[in-house]
Design a protein around this ligand. Structure first.
Ligand code: MV4
Length: 459
């Protein structure tokens, strides 16, 4: 096992990683930007080093600064968390070349799954179902997209080959929309990923976003820890996730789980990872992408499996084999995660500032992951996710009640949050019935905004 682990992240996930390491008996080292000097992760780690200014590009994304900090202070492992450098093949390779263990898959697998058309090709060959879409390595020109759309039929989804998580994604319902949106999506991809390569997929409406948690060791042993339903997203930012998926059956879980494990095993994947599928109302499912990192929503899987995924990621990176209990797990009850964002609930604009009063909820089955404290200033420079409220109970109806009670109790003064949006979702009849898909918030939000008197926003 490692001796000292450098946490290459901030906020809630940095704290989560520090806790897991301390349980494993590892020393921890935080890195931080000047904007985060008063952050909780800096205090909680055994050591902390300032690596640059507020702009992430010069601090949390600064590969040479992080590698040299690890080498100087003798960290033998680095955990990237999610976001920032977590899916950067160059960073994983730089760690490896410096003799530092990267807690995650090998650089090759990060790069492979980061190339979405390539991942599609591999899955197709492995017999994992994919949606009809562009073949080959992707495309850059509108006329190529037009030819593919003609073959696929509308609506189509324009996706970035280097994308993921919905960035640079656009729905085109007819040729005019394709002509208008393709250049937009391509520019967005170029700005975000430095890549003009795109691909099309047939757009699947009213599907659910169901992702499987994968665990795999260095000896090609792999298993899954069940699924999460992440259909409730706003502009491709997840808002609420849950485990298990409300419409899942044992038979379907077994079938989708086998496909997810095959997806990981055909490439020889190691460490924790997530295989994303779209699940259609007819129970057909399609691979959309694989995420080669721990995810924000890992906590709901932890609650229903009692497996600490962050500890597992560290153990697997150190070369420990997958235990037999991780290859066939029981799903215990239901868990919901509400992502609390520092944003105006009506305009969805970020609401940074000083938290004058912070009192998180608690009690049986309530878990809060946050880096907030009284007097903390939420910086403007980073993601507005400030807390995750996770409720776990014997069944989904109880978990919803527990989440609702917890959110009502949550006191955060000084900044605006999306807690009112969560309370609306948790009170919704379709949500309670588990009857929702990826279009849920699009249908839902105008109603919220009328009730609360906010201005309607076109999306
Ligand atoms: C799709 C899709 C429908 N058809 N692909 C969004 C995030 C990214 N990882 C994949 N996503 C989707 N891909 C095809 N071919 C639906 C989603 C999707 C979604 C789309 C619109 C609004 C909300 C959504 C929530 C989850 C997934």
């Amino acid at each position: 096992m490692f001796k000292k682990l450098l946490v290459a992240n901030r906020g809630t996930i940095a704290i989560r990683i520090i806790r897991a390491c301390h349980e494993l008996g590892l020393k921890t080292m935080a890195v931080y930007s000047t904007a985060d000097k008063d952050s909780l992760h800096v205090r909680m780690a055994d050591e902390a080093i300032c690596i640059g200014p507020a702009a992430a590009e010069h601090s949390y994304l600064n590969i040479p600064a992080i590698i040299s900090t690890a080498l100087t202070y003798g960290a033998d492992a680095v955990h990237p968390g999610y976001g920032f450098l977590s899916e950067n093949g160059d960073f994983a390779e730089a760690c490896h070349r410096s003799g530092i263990a990267f807690v995650g898959p090998r650089a090759r697998h990060i790069r492979l799954m980061g190339d979405k058309p390539r991942a599609r090709r591999i899955m197709k060959r492995a017999g994992v179902p994919i949606l009809p879409g562009s073949e080959g390595t992707g495309l850059t020109e509108l006329r190529e997209a037009q030819a593919d759309a003609k073959r696929l039929g509308y609506p189509v989804l324009i996706k970035a080959a280097a994308g993921g998580g919905g960035k640079g994604m656009r729905i085109a319902r007819d040729p005019a929309e394709l002509a208008r949106l393709f250049p937009l999506a391509r520019s967005e991809s170029e700005a975000a990923f430095g890549s003009r390569t795109m691909y099309l997929e047939k757009y699947l409406e009213r599907a659910r976003h169901v992702e499987f948690q994968i665990v795999a060791d260095n000896q090609r042993k792999a298993g899954h820890l069940g699924e999460r339903d992440c259909s409730i997203q706003r502009r491709h930012q997840k808002v609420l996730e849950e485990a298990p998926c409300p419409v899942m059956t044992k038979r379907l879980r077994d079938k989708m789980g086998k496909a997810a494990v095959r997806a990981a095993q055909v490439v020889g994947y190691s460490n924790v990872g997530t295989v994303e599928f779209l699940l259609a109302p007819d129970e057909q499912f399609y691979f959309i992408e694989m995420n080669t990192r721990i995810q924000v929503e890992h906590g709901v899987t932890e609650m229903v499996t009692s497996i600490d995924l962050v500890k597992e990621s560290v153990r697997l990176a150190s070369g420990e084999p997958l235990g037999s209990k991780h290859r066939q797990v029981e799903i215990d009850g239901a868990a919901l995660e509400c992502r609390v964002y520092a944003e105006d609930p009506h305009t969805h604009l970020p609401s940074p500032g000083i938290v004058t009063n912070h009192h998180p909820p608690g009690g049986l089955g309530v878990r809060v992951e946050t880096a907030l404290y009284d007097g903390y200033r939420v910086p403007v420079h980073y993601d507005p996710l400030i807390a995750k409220v996770i409720a776990h109970a014997d069944d989904r109806a109880q978990a919803i009640r527990r989440a609702r009670a917890a959110l009502r109790e949550y006191l955060i003064d000084g900044i605006k949050t999306n807690i009112p949006l969560h309370l609306e979702i948790l009170d919704d009849a379709d949500f309670a019935a588990g009857q929702f898909g990826t279009d849920f918030l699009a249908r839902f939000e105008p109603r919220l905004e009328l009730i609360s008197g906010g201005r309607a926003r076109a999306s």
